[in-house]
Ligand binder design. Structure first.
Ligand code: AP5
Length: 215
């Protein structure tokens, strides 16, 4: 299974990718998580991308492309992977094409999740994340067992720096301007499948699971 999950900020890509990757036993490769981890560590990559991540603009294609190429070269990705947050520009589609060609594999599906803006804003406003293991929670739909604390590692939960109202608007603008074209490119190749992401997480997961299992 080699799947790309597309969709606007906060639609539930990370939530669904985590579930699907656990079920299928393949890695969940999230460029957002990779970049946030680099920022947290203060690595040279983190220092160079911090302004983009905090401001909701896209990190340069070649920087993300290199990080993805390295990640997909790792042994655990040989059996398959779920890409969450990549590709998001037409240039990144071409970068992924080159990586897949080099690895001698093809995508099995590109799934686009969608939800109205009102749903997205509610989801992002209530999101809390663990800054150590990046588990994602929601104050209403998926609260931690103990308020403000990660169920898995006990770290104090935080709000993402890019979940401020102004940055959310910028991320939605960037999605419309750059990433909608990626969906169209995959639609033209006959790879695109759509899932309504507005329902509850279990309902969305059932649809997604059936769809990616279909040949
Ligand atoms: P990234 O981390 O990829 O952010 P994003 O695409 O904006 O997506 P999000 O992580 O915000 O949302 P999601 O769809 O995963 O939703 P989630 O499951 O968390 O990118 C961040 C930044 O990194 C970018 O702005 C850019 O700077 C940089 N970057 C990353 N990739 C890049 C690339 N390829 N090129 C260049 N730059 C790149 O869900 C949201 C909330 O809703 C959660 O609280 C969750 O619990 C809740 N929820 C989820 N599903 C449901 C449901 N069905 N019902 C109720 N609640 C739900």
């Amino acid at each position: 299974m080699r799947v790309v999950l597309l969709g606007p900020p906060g639609v539930g890509k990370g939530t669904q990718a985590a579930r699907l990757s656990a079920l299928a036993g393949i890695p969940h490769v999230s460029t957002g998580d990779m970049l946030r981890e680099a920022v947290r560590k203060g690595s040279p990559l983190g220092r160079s991308v911090r302004g983009h991540v905090d401001g909701g603009t896209l990190v340069p294609d070649e920087v993300v492309g290199e990080a993805i190429a390295d990640r997909l070269d790792q042994e655990d990705a040989a059996a398959g992977f779920l890409l969450d947050g990549f590709p998001r520009t037409i240039e990144q589609v071409e970068i992924l094409d080159r990586i897949l060609k080099r690895l001698g594999v093809e995508l099995s599906a590109v799934v686009a999740l969608d939800a109205p803006d009102s749903v997205i804003v509610r989801r992002l406003a209530g999101r809390r994340v663990c800054p150590s293991c990046w588990t994602v929670y929601h104050l209403e739909s998926h609260p931690p067992r103990s308020a403000g604390v990660c169920d898995l590692c006990g770290s104090a939960l935080v709000q993402r720096t890019d979940d401020e109202e102004e940055v959310i608007r910028e991320r939605l603008r960037v999605y419309a301007e750059q990433t909608v074209a990626v969906r169209e490119a995959y639609r033209e190749r006959g790879l695109l499948r759509s899932v309504d992401g507005a329902g509850d997480a279990n309902e969305v997961f059932r649809t997604l699971r059936e769809l990616v299992a279909r040949p």
